[in-house]
Design a protein around this ligand. Structure first.
Ligand SMILES: *Cc1c(COP(=O)(O)O)cnc(C)c1O
Length: 331
């Protein structure tokens, strides 16, 4: 884990929305057709690669990145071991892929993955239960290891340095950071794997636009200052929530901008959602505006009924606390 610091992406000079470029002496040049690569996308990939310490590929959403990795690494009969309590969309997609002969195994990522896994899928930390994986146990397994580090961001967790094969992010969240673009990122070190992933991306057409790449580059310029401030506020709110009589449990891994807390039952959680004034009652995370959401309505039994997920934004800590306190009075 690395505390704040690191590089700040340079300002892109322009958005190049071109989709086709002239051949040079009848030979396709570096850029020939935008589904394979385009200059603004490559600039974003260089910035993402520097953050994660590998070679990055940009996607039009986090789920686009997940799909591309699964299609590249799975085959009929293969078992994918997904961390329990991790991003709901990933396990729903894996369930959908069962019709192609893929097997989904859910496992507790704080321990070793199931021995018969052909692909291991970690989340650092898991969203919304906020457990951290046992990286050593996962990378000791012979199967390739993917780590979705959306919630940590490369500021705190760099999965490739911990021995994982693939680092994945929903760049819609803190990497872009302003709730104005959907994007995804996949980063690897192995050149063969990079080529397979890039070919699959070109074949499936899961390709981000130049505008997406530009918005991501703009967001990355302030990543470190945003996450430093959001983390400081999240730590304070986690402490204060932990001391509040209506709060049964706080889940916060000690870093980054996302925390979950549990109230006594779904009704109490719904009352808090309805009573918020400053914090937005909405889904998603990592943006400048704080957002709170009960996840039970979407995820059902896999999520405690009284669990509320709070994504801390850039507002003043005391303003956020005042809003939580007045909303908790209705719990
Ligand atoms: C949001 C999210 C995704 C999916 O990303 P989209 O950009 O919404 O497609 C995947 N993993 C995690 C951990 C997420 O929070």
């Amino acid at each position: 884990m690395q505390e704040f610091g690191g590089t700040v992406a340079a300002m892109p000079s322009s958005i190049d929305r071109t989709t086709t470029w002239p051949f040079e002496n009848a030979v396709p040049a570096e850029f020939s057709y935008a589904r394979d690569a385009h200059p603004t996308g490559v600039e974003a990939e260089e910035a993402l690669g520097a953050l994660d310490g590998g070679r990055a590929l940009l996607f039009p959403s986090g789920m686009g990145a997940v799909t591309n990795v699964l299609l590249t690494l799975l085959r009929p009969g293969a078992a994918v071991a997904v961390a329990e309590g991790s991003y709901y969309g990933t396990s729903l997609l894996c369930r959908r892929l069962e019709q192609w002969g893929v097997r989904l195994l859910e496992f507790d990522q704080t321990g070793p993955p199931p021995p018969d896994a052909d692909l291991i899928w970690l989340e650092a930390p898991s969203n919304p239960l906020l457990t951290m994986p046992d990286f050593e146990a996962a990378v000791a397994h012979p199967a390739p290891v993917v780590c979705d580090a959306t919630v940590a961001s490369p500021v705190f967790v760099r999965p490739l340095e911990l021995g994982c094969d693939v680092a994945l992010h929903s760049a819609t969240k803190v990497l872009s950071g302003h709730d104005d673009t959907l994007a995804g990122s996949v980063c690897v070190r192995d050149d063969g794997l990079f080529t397979r992933l890039r070919e699959m991306r070109g074949l499936t057409g899961i390709v981000a636009s130049a505008d997406t790449a530009w918005l991501l580059l703009r967001g990355l310029k302030t990543l470190h200052v945003r996450i430093e401030r959001q983390t400081g506020t999240a730590r304070t709110l986690a402490e204060r929530l932990g001391a509040h009589p209506s709060v049964a449990k706080v889940r916060y891994p000690g870093f980054s901008y996302l925390l979950s807390f549990e109230l006594h039952g779904e009704e109490a959680a719904l009352s808090v959602e309805r009573s918020l004034r400053t914090i937005m009652n909405a889904t998603s995370l990592g943006g400048t505006v704080s957002k709170l959401e009960g996840r039970h309505r979407r995820e059902g039994d896999r999520c405690p009924p009284g669990l509320l997920r709070l994504s801390v934004g850039l507002e003043d800590v005391d303003v956020l606390w005042a809003d939580l306190e007045q909303a908790l009075a209705h719990a």
